[in-house]
Design a protein around this ligand. Structure first.
Ligand code: COS
Length: 383
């Protein structure tokens, strides 16, 4: 067993850290405050190759692995969680399904521009009435000559306002439950497709989240992903990869919170001593350091399994569940260590505390991760 990163993985992590510290971190507080989406940084990330890390060179990717990608997501989320989410969603659940299930033509058509950062990609699964129960999708797609016609709406779609396309789920055969769901690559300039206004969120203000509307939205027949009825399994597999990236995103936020708390504990004096000299503070920092290490190890294990082509559904659910709940604890303790100063915007921990909660909700709630893990350990799912 070897826990060392390869030279390439270490180089990608170094590049991500340098870029994040020099170009992403400086404006993060202002983007949060003013709800600004950093399109310039998205373009830069495309130019620098971040979006292509886990994709083949044939589509403009770097031909790297998922471990490297997870390391990069952690670094970006540490500097700006909003941009970390933009990155994770674009690569894992926007470009990911086209890369995994698209035809050669679809891949050539949709991946290179997204990898270069000319546009973002989104994943349209959640609906107002279909959240955890993803099979309850109500959006429909009916065949009309050489087109599919979509009707319905989606909710909480990351990157939607800047997307070139959205991979959307729709029912193509009613009464067949999850076997009647298909996925479509919907270009955002398709007739009948509309993106709603940005949602007002607790945190992650520098990321873009919106509803989508389909009113007789016409999509060419060749934009069906895979075969009709394969959509549910495609998006379950897509979410497995997405959950690794959300785990990495949470490790990044937890690290930022921990580092801020550590700095503060070394500066702040009370009762004539630095507060870091008190065991009450030391134990909090020790727990944070330990849990971050454990979460990252599980995130990288799940990524490594994916890279080996081995089953990783259970490990990805564990990584996402542990990392997200750990990061919420870490952000909360970081605020606590800062006391009153943690509750105001003079220090960044207030932002981390707001940003981090999404990790326990997006790409499957903690409850859904527990359900996935329980089904595996009870032998209801293979892998
Ligand atoms: N990869 C590939 N296929 C999978 C899979 C996976 N990880 N997990 C399940 N499947 C398959 C099953 O094998 C089953 O196939 P068969 O019909 O051939 O037996 C099919 O998918 C249906 O699976 P299941 O019966 O488990 O579906 P459920 O309706 O019970 O749903 C949960 C399972 C709840 C786990 C699923 O709906 C889910 O993950 N919900 C959360 C959705 C989510 O994360 N939303 C957030 C989106 S933010 S982008």
């Amino acid at each position: 067993m070897n826990f060392d990163l390869t030279e390439e993985q270490a180089a990608i992590r170094r590049m991500a850290r340098e870029f994040a510290e020099a170009e992403v971190a400086p404006g993060a507080a202002e983007r949060d405050e003013k709800h600004l989406f950093p399109l310039d940084l998205v373009r830069r990330m495309g130019e620098l190759g971040f979006f292509g890390i886990p994709f083949a060179e044939a589509y403009g990717g770097l031909g790297g692995d998922y471990v490297s990608y997870a390391l990069a997501v952690e670094e970006i989320a540490r500097a700006d969680a909003g941009l970390g989410l933009t990155y994770a969603a674009h690569v894992s659940i926007g470009l990911g399904p086209v890369y995994s299930f698209g035809t050669e033509e679809q891949k050539q058509r949709w991946l290179p521009g997204g990898i270069r950062g000319e546009y973002l990609a989104s994943f349209g699964l959640t609906e107002p009435q279909a959240g955890s129960d993803a099979a309850a999708t109500r959006t429909t797609a009916e065949r009309d000559g050489d087109h599919w016609v979509l009707n319905g709406q989606k909710q909480f779609i990351t990157n939607a306002g800047y997307a070139g396309y959205v991979v959307c789920t729709a029912v193509t055969e009613k009464g067949k439950g999850h076997r009647g769901i298909s996925n479509f690559i919907v270009p955002t300039d398709a007739p009948g497709f509309r993106v709603g206004p940005p949602l007002k969120k607790l945190g992650l203000h520098s990321s873009d989240t919106r509803p989508l509307y389909f009113d007789d939205c016409r999509v060419p027949a060749e934009n069906l992903l895979g075969r009709p009825g394969e959509g549910f399994k495609q998006f379950m597999a897509t979410l497995d990869g997405g959950r690794i990236s959300i785990g990495a995103f949470c490790v990044g936020i937890a690290r930022a919170a921990y580092e801020a708390a550590l700095r503060y504990a070394k500066e702040r004096e009370q009762f004539g001593r630095r507060i870091g000299e008190f065991q009450a503070i030391q134990f909090k920092l020790a727990d944070m350091a330990m849990e971050i290490e454990l979460a990252r190890t599980q995130v990288l294990k799940a990524a490594w399994l994916k890279d080996q082509g081995r089953p990783y559904t259970r490990e990805a659910a564990m990584a996402k569940l542990f990392a997200s709940e750990m990061a919420t604890r870490a952000a909360s303790q970081a605020v606590q260590i800062h006391g009153g100063y943690g509750y105001v915007r003079d220090y960044p921990v207030e932002r981390y505390y707001r940003d981090v909660k999404l990790g326990e909700i997006g790409e499957g709630t903690s409850e859904i991760q527990r359900l996935v893990i329980a089904r595996h350990i009870l032998g209801e799912q293979e892998g």
